[in-house]
Design a protein. Structure first.
Length: 150
């Protein structure tokens, strides 16, 4: 499943970058996040999150790796998660651009592949749930970054 979008955040690019590349900060906005562990700062973190797909609720354990960090403009990450009988692989990239009004435009894209039991049980629900979770995530990011001291 390919996802992409563009979000405007009313904060300077450096502030948006700092928030989005800090796993603990951005973790506040990840729907269903249960735990987060920094394995190697700036390179690797591990997360456990639950997501509901209709009547199916699943908890994924995921390892996430920063593949590229070009402060404060570009970041790319790769993740692999597992749940009983299922797996998910994702790559994501974000590009940050300064706006004339002092805000930041965040262009993002992600490619997510889910396999196993979850893929077969909830495949029709995944696009709608993903869209809802993504909107919730970016609403939270906008709110948290705007509220943070600059």
């Amino acid at each position: 499943m390919k996802l992409d979008g563009s979000v405007t955040i009313s904060a300077p690019r450096a502030q948006v970058w700092a928030f989005l590349t800090d796993p603990h900060a951005v973790g506040q906005c990840v729907p269903g996040l249960k735990s987060l562990e920094i394995v190697k700062p700036g390179e690797h973190f591990r997360a456990v999150a639950s997501v509901g797909l209709g009547s199916v609720k699943v908890t994924f354990s995921a390892d996430v790796f920063w593949e590229e960090l070009v402060p404060p403009q570009k970041a790319r990450m790769k993740g692999h998660g597992t749940a009983p009988g299922s797996a998910a692989d994702a790559t994501a990239e974000m590009l940050l651009a300064e706006l004339p009004d002092g805000g930041t435009r965040l262009d993002w894209q992600a490619d997510v592949t889910v396999s196993g039991t979850i893929a077969s049980l909830a495949s029709r629900l995944m696009p709608g749930v993903t869209q809802k979770l993504t909107a919730s995530f970016f609403d939270c990011v906008r709110e948290k970054v705007a509220a943070a001291p600059g």
